[in-house]
Design a protein around this ligand. Structure first.
Ligand code: GLU
Length: 570
């Protein structure tokens, strides 16, 4: 049991959607805090003013709330009638851009102690120094110049401040190796030659990530920092800063427990990156002149040219989605929002994410590894000891299987609610088209999809006009013209019975079908297949009662009539 209340935090930079790796980090931080009954803080790291936006911050809050990862301390959000966030411990504000005075106070103390110092090189000068080091096959490290005079530098800093001229403030790194103790990776020594005098305060007056993160973690009482391994190289800087910083009363900063989480890779071994979506579309655009022309019309020449030439560039989400739709490119899901759009359930997604770098180490009754669990189980069992060291592979088939099982396990009413909620956001036309057939549609869809976005496929026949059913040649020959009596004859006989049914619910239809077949000593297929061909054009569809109910009374009769007319002539 930790010796002070556990506080974890998720600290996204609001520069885009919540990446699935970020969602995994947030999930682990949340589960760890819940496990110990501690606090989970959400902090928005918006010190990069050019790349940050309030819209992105809001999107991230929404994404987390959708996943069910709720924060105790952080920006307030109303989500489906409940209020998330707030500042019960009085440690806010939670947007770093609103904490500039706090950072400045700590900076002044570091400056006074000589642990921070102003630096005046221009971008070009730094570039030249970097190039020179490279030519000597050395890694460039900024270090205080020999003969540096702190008093003189401070005077120059104040002069520039008054004149509005740019300068930065750097941290004087100690000349010794830094030890990072990581709960997952063990003790790691960073030799002094790998660390430089990094910037604390940028020319625009904002703190760098390194500076703000250390101050905020301390002031927000963060005890455990769980974050991706891509941040491991930042950690010696943070530890050195913690050792140099003190509070106003002279008390030292503490070093939180660190746990760096394994990276997440695609199945092909590449890093799972938000650029993967652009990569997929770029490939399609370049594949044919026709596709390039369509991209040109959508994105405009300048935007397209730079995007094609520079693989690090990303097209805006709207253009990318439009282009992908137009070129029929399936975009890989990368952000939490992508998975939501595809129609994953948050519970299934969290379950799968939990296994990316963690495992409960428990077995099912049959001896296989326990992999399916809910977030309650995760919170009960989550521990740093079971976080793995090696990189994780994102296995999309496995996630699909998790989701299919989760969808299948819902009660029919719960599935219908999930589908309605999903449609409201991504396919409002579907409930509109289906009207009061929505319930029957949901019943037919539930066992046939892996994700909600596949919902139109199993009921596609119910979404087309009655006179546009295309009767499949082979099915017509096999099902309608062969046998004694022929399918056409059975269909003709069944039509008035169907027309006269009192209830058009699937169950009532099934009963009528059964009675019809029994009275004539016909196998069920002898009626079911001709009806399927008439209503859907082919022989594969959901249960017969469901299929007929979905097409509706008027539609079913019209389709049977048209089938009798069109197919009798073949
Ligand atoms: N703002 C940083 C990021 O989004 C946070 C890293 C950290 O957790 O310290 O990557």
């Amino acid at each position: 049991m930790p010796d002070r209340p556990v506080v974890t935090r998720f600290a996204p930079s609001p520069t885009g959607h919540l990446h699935i790796g970020g969602a995994r980090t947030a999930l682990f931080c949340w589960a760890y805090a819940r496990h110990f009954g501690g606090h989970f803080v959400l902090r928005i790291e918006d010190t990069d003013q050019k790349r940050s936006s309030e819209e992105a911050a809001k999107g991230i809050l929404e994404d987390l709330a959708w996943l069910g990862i709720t924060w105790d301390d952080g920006p307030r959000l109303e989500h489906e009638g409940t209020l998330i966030g707030g500042d019960p411990r009085g440690v806010g504000p939670f947007y770093q851009a609103q904490r500039l005075e706090i950072y400045q106070a700590y900076l002044e103390r570091l400056l006074a102690a000589g642990r921070a110092y102003p630096a005046f090189e221009t971008g070009e000068e730094l570039e030249r120094l970097r190039a020179e080091a490279q030519a000597r096959k050395e890694t460039y490290r900024y270090r205080q110049a020999e003969g540096y005079d702190h008093a003189q530098s401070l005077a120059e800093m104040r002069r520039r401040e008054a004149a509005g001229e740019p300068y930065v403030v750097r941290f004087r790194m100690p000349d010794t190796a830094i030890h990072v103790i990581d709960s997952v990776l063990g003790d790691i020594r960073f030799d002094e030659e790998h660390t430089d005098d990094f910037v604390l305060r940028k020319a625009d007056g904002f703190p760098t990530y390194h500076f703000a993160v250390v101050i905020d973690d301390e002031l927000m009482g963060v005890t455990h920092v769980l974050r991706g391994q891509e941040h491991l190289n930042n950690t010696p800087r943070h530890v050195a800063l913690q050792q140099a910083l003190t509070h106003e009363d002279g008390s030292p900063f503490r070093t939180p427990v660190y746990a760096h989480l394994p990276l997440i890779f695609n199945a092909d071994g590449s890093k799972m990156s938000k650029r993967d979506k652009d990569k997929a579309v770029r490939k399609a655009v370049q594949a044919s002149p026709d596709a390039t022309a369509r991209a040109l019309a959508l994105a405009g020449k300048d935007a397209l040219d730079t995007w094609l030439a520079d693989k690090t560039r990303q097209l805006g989400t709207d253009s990318l989605l439009a282009l992908a739709g137009d070129l029929r490119v399936e975009l890989p899901e990368i952000d939490s929002e992508d998975f939501r759009r595809s129609g994953y359930l948050p519970g299934a997604l969290c379950n799968y994410l939990a296994l990316l770098g963690w495992n409960p180490g428990a077995k099912n009754d049959d001896g296989t590894d326990l992999e399916r669990f809910d977030t309650g189980f995760l919170c009960d069992h989550f521990s740093l000891e079971r976080i793995g060291k090696s990189n994780s592979r994102f296995d999309r088939d496995k996630l699909l299987a998790f989701n299919q099982a989760a969808l299948g396990a819902l009660t029919p009413d719960a599935f219908e609610r999930e589908l309605r909620t999903w449609c409201r956001r991504y396919d409002p036309g579907l409930p509109e088209t289906l009207g009061d057939r929505f319930k029957a549609a949901a019943r037919a869809i539930q066992p046939r999809v892996k994700v909600l976005s596949q919902c139109r496929e199993p009921i596609a026949f119910a979404l087309i006009a009655d006179d546009s059913v295309v009767f499949d040649e082979k099915s017509v020959a096999k099902v309608l013209h062969k046998g004694e009596p022929t399918g056409l004859a059975v269909l003709k006989e069944f039509r008035p019975i169907l027309g006269g049914l009192e209830s058009f619910e699937p169950e009532a239809i099934e009963l009528a079908v059964k009675a019809f077949c029994e009275a004539r000593s016909l196998g069920m297929g002898k009626l079911a297949q001709p009806v399927r061909v008439a209503l859907t054009g082919g022989t594969v569809s959901p249960g017969l009662g469901e299929t007929i109910a979905l097409v509706g009374r008027a539609g079913s009769l019209a389709r049977i009539d048209r089938c009798l007319l069109v197919c009798a002539a073949r």
